[in-house]
Design a protein around this ligand. Structure first.
Ligand SMILES: *Cc1c(COP(=O)(O)O)cnc(C)c1O
Ligand SMILES: [Zn+2]
Length: 421
C-alpha cells in the first residue's frame, strides 16, 4: 500500500503494488506516488521506483498467461488481473531461421507483438496505465496517438467500462481510423502532426483533471508496461538474456524500458548477469535519435517527420536522450532506413517467416539488415528483434507493391495455359 496525498480530488490511498515512489531521471529527486509526471525541482521526467520482494521464476510462471504474471514488478494493484482488462502479452517468440539465413545471421528470434488484443505492443502500456489511473482516481482514459495507441486506449476503456478520448493526426492510415472508431468513445482527428497533437493533449490534460492521458500525465506508469516485453523475452528464452536486441524507436520509451527490465531481472537474480547490446531502429524520414547517435550528440534535435512508418513518426522523442544512454552503455547503435527499405523489410519478414508486420516491423527488419551490413551487429551472436505491430493496419504502405500471381477462368486448361505450376 502506498499512500498519496489527496491531489485535485484524486484518491488519497492507492495500491500500486511494489511501486514506492516517483524519482526524477535528471536530478534524482523523489516524491510520493500520485498523478505526477514532471519533477517539482527541475521538470525532468519522473520514473517509478520499487521495492521488489518475493518475485521468483516460479511465482511468475504460476501467474496468468498475460502481462499480469509480472504484476509483482509493475506499478499496479495486486488484484489487477481480476478487473476487466484486455489481457495483453505473452505473445510468441518465433525462431526465425529463414530470415536469419537470408541476412547472414546464425541465431535470430522475432518477438511478434502483433499478437496482442489490438495488434500492437501498445496494449501492454495501456493496460498498465489504465490499472494505475483507476487506482489514482482518474475517470477517463485518453491519449494523443500516432494510431496504435488510439486503438489500444479505445479498446481498453471499452473493456473496462469507462470513457475514452483519443486524439490523432488527421492523416492517419485509414485502417487505424476504423480500428479506433469501432470501439466508440470520443475520437478526434486533428489537423497537425503528432507533435502538434501531443502539445494539444498536454493543454487539455491541464484543464480536465479527471482525464488520464496515458502517455502524458500518467506516463511514468504507462512506460513501465514496456518492461513486460523484456521480461517475456528472457522467460521465453528459458530465463536468459539475448546477446543483441533490435528495437523500434518512436518516443524511445519501449527501448529504455526493455533495458530496465533486463537490469531488474539481473538484480533480482532471475537471469545470469552477462553483457547484451541494445540497438535502436528508426525511419530515415523521422530519425532524430539515429542522427544524434551518429553525430555523437547527447541531445536530440527535433525533426519534422515524413515517412510511411507513421507509428514511429515522433519528431521530438521524449525519451530520446535516454535511448542514447542505453545504446552507448551497452555498445549498440541507432540506425535508420529509407521508406523503400521499410517496404522491403515488411516483405522479407513475410516471405521468410510468415509474419506480416506493420511499417514499424519493416523498419526493424531493414535496420537489422543494415546493422549486419555495416558490421555494427555481430552475426554470430544470438539476436532478438521486435515486430511491434500488425501489417493489416498499414496496408497502404505495400498495397501498390504486392498483387496476385495471375487471374484465370475456373478451368484446369486455363491454369495449365498460364504456366503457373
Ligand atoms: C508506439 C510504437 C512503437 C514505439 O514506441 P515508443 O515507446 O514510443 O518508442 C513501436 N512500434 C509500434 C508499432 C508502435 O505503435
Ligand atoms: Zn528533477
Amino acid at each position: 500500500m502506498a499512500t498519496t496525498p489527496a491531489d485535485n480530488g484524486h484518491t488519497s490511498s492507492a495500491d500500486l503494488g511494489p511501486a514506492t515512489a516517483l524519482t526524477c531521471r535528471e536530478c534524482g529527486h523523489s516524491r510520493e506516488l500520485g498523478p505526477y509526471y514532471a519533477c517539482e525541482q527541475c521538470f525532468g521526467p519522473l520514473e517509478i521506483s520499487y521495492d521488489f520482494g518475493g518475485v521468483t521464476r516460479e511465482s511468475i510462471e504460476a501467474g496468468p498467461r498475460n502481462i499480469w504474471r509480472y504484476r509483482g514488478l509493475l506499478p499496479v494493484p495486486s488484484n489487477v488481473a481480476e478487473t476487466p482488462n484486455t489481457e495483453p502479452g505473452l505473445t510468441r517468440l518465433v525462431r526465425a531461421d529463414q530470415l536469419a539465413e537470408s541476412l547472414g545471421l546464425q541465431r535470430l528470434w522475432v518477438k511478434d507483438d502483433s499478437g496482442n488484443p489490438t495488434h500492437s505492443f501498445k496494449d501492454r502500456v495501456v493496460a498498465v496505465a489504465l490499472a494505475a489511473a483507476r487506482e489514482l482516481g482518474f475517470k477517463v482514459l485518453a491519449c494523443p496517438s500516432t494510431g496504435n495507441l488510439a486503438n489500444a486506449v479505445a479498446a481498453a476503456a471499452a473493456r473496462a467500462g469507462i470513457r475514452s478520448a483519443v486524439f490523432v493526426p488527421s492523416d492517419l492510415e485509414a485502417q487505424k481510423i476504423i480500428t479506433t472508431a469501432v470501439y466508440g468513445g470520443l475520437f478526434v482527428t486533428v489537423d497537425g502532426n503528432y507533435d502538434d497533437v501531443n502539445r494539444l493533449a498536454s493543454e487539455i490534460a491541464g484543464e480536465e483533471e479527471d482525464w488520464a492521458f496515458v502517455n502524458v500525465n500518467v506516463r511514468p506508469y504507462y512506460a513501465e508496461g514496456s518492461k513486460t516485453l523484456g521480461y517475456e523475452i528472457a522467460e521465453q528464452l528459458g530465463w536468459r538474456l539475448p546477446d543483441q536486441i533490435v528495437i523500434p524507436v518512436a518516443s524511445g520509451s519501449q527501448l529504455t524500458k526493455i533495458d530496465k527490465a533486463f537490469q531488474e531481472l539481473i538484480k533480482l537474480g532471475l537471469v545470469e548477469d552477462r553483457p547484451y547490446r541494445v540497438f535502436g531502429a528508426q525511419a530515415a524520414g523521422c530519425d532524430p535519435v539515429a542522427a544524434a547517435f551518429k553525430a555523437g550528440h547527447d541531445v536530440v534535435r527535433p525533426v519534422k517527420p515524413s515517412t510511411i512508418a507513421k507509428s514511429l513518426a515522433i519528431g521530438n522523442p521524449a525519451d530520446g536522450p535516454y535511448v542514447l544512454d542505453v545504446v552507448r552503455r551497452t555498445g549498440g547503435a541507432v540506425e535508420d532506413v529509407t521508406d523503400e527499405q521499410v517496404v522491403e523489410g515488411i516483405r522479407l519478414l513475410a516471405a521468410t517467416e510468415g509474419i506480416f508486420g506493420e511499417t514499424a516491423g519493416g523498419v526493424t527488419v531493414a535496420t537489422l539488415r543494415k546493422l549486419v551490413e555495416t558490421g555494427a551487429l555481430d552475426p554470430s551472436a544470438e539476436t532478438v528483434i521486435i515486430n511491434s505491430g500488425d501489417g493489416l493496419k498499414t496496408l497502404d504502405a505495400i498495397s501498390s507493391q504486392v498483387a496476385p500471381s495471375a487471374n484465370i477462368p475456373p478451368s484446369l486448361d486455363a491454369f495449365r495455359a498460364a504456366g503457373l505450376a
